[in-house]
Write a protein that binds this ligand. Structure first.
Ligand code: PEP
Ligand code: MN
Length: 269
């Protein structure tokens, strides 16, 4: 397998996206709303998280929703807003590509393509994303084993892409107190098995804003190369995932805490 640690020469274990580098000494902090809701909303959050120390912006334009009646995203308009947010802040943008037909439009704007948990098993999309020349952030399927997660990454690698980053985002277990069960053991395990950088999404992983700071610190302590966090200026009014969204102030505090943990494990923020 190309992802195998013993094939470390296949890629250099570092994935550069604009000024951010996954897998280097410096951690990558991706922050932004679950969903791009409006120009004002996205620009406000983008400037706030930049100020607070984010190294990349996130925001969904095409949203995979459990219900067909929930807000599905601003689609192309959302992509334009993300491009403007990048221009304003200088931060590179990661956004989800839901289906192969959207790839040209999403790849034209995104600095990094996100493949979501619900699409991790979509081998057609994985191949297409791997062939389009952009770095790919692959999220773990919510019911995927580590083996299946790595094999999904292999589809992208096999399509010619060497800029793949893995994201642990929680798995389904019997536990209902949290939205998912954040499997932090995946981080050192994926690093034992492969040369790909690994980040953690504690927002979807817990579903609770109050748990995100502690799980972010734990992610950095266990060797993650970065953290992806949902941040909203008014979480109570968010169209999607408000319960798990930090305010920019909370995000700023977390960045400070991560600085201390990073120093303890030989990393920087
Ligand atoms: C997201 O990060 O926007 C998202 C939908 O997450 P996941 O695919 O992990 O559910
Ligand atoms: Mn979300």
């Amino acid at each position: 397998m190309i992802f195998d640690k013993k094939n470390a020469g296949a890629g250099d274990g570092r994935v550069g996206v604009g000024g951010a580098v996954f897998g280097g000494q410096r951690l990558v902090l991706i922050a932004g709303p679950c969903t791009v809701e409006s120009r004002d909303q996205m620009l406000e959050i983008a400037c706030a998280v930049k100020e607070a120390g984010a190294s990349m912006l996130r925001g969904g334009a095409f949203k995979p929703r459990s219900s067909p009646y929930a807000f599905q995203g601003l689609c192309e308009k959302g992509l334009e807003i993300l491009a403007e947010a990048r221009e304003r802040t200088g931060l590179p943008v990661v956004t989800e590509v839901l289906e192969a037909a959207h790839l040209p439009a999403v790849a034209a704007i995104a600095d990094m393509l996100q493949i979501g948990s619900r699409n991790m098993h979509n081998s057609v999309l994985l191949r297409a994303a791997g062939a389009c020349g952009k770095p790919v952030l692959l999220k773990r399927g919510m019911s995927a084993t580590i083996e299946e997660f790595l094999l999904a990454a292999e589809y992208i690698l096999d399509a010619g892409c060497r800029q793949v980053v893995l994201c642990e985002r929680g798995i389904r277990t019997f536990e209902t107190a949290t939205r998912f069960t954040l499997d932090l053991s995946a981080v050192p395990l994926l690093k034992e098995r492969s040369w790909l950088p690994v980040i953690v999404d504690p927002s979807h992983g817990t579903g609770r804003a109050s748990l995100v700071p502690a799980m972010s610190r734990a992610a950095v302590a266990c060797g993650a190369d970065g953290v992806m966090m949902e941040v909203h200026a008014h979480p109570g009014q968010a169209l999607c995932d408000g319960d798990q969204s930090e305010t920019p102030e909370m995000f700023g505090r977390v960045v400070g805490e991560l600085r201390a943990v990073a120093a303890a494990v030989g990393r920087t923020v």
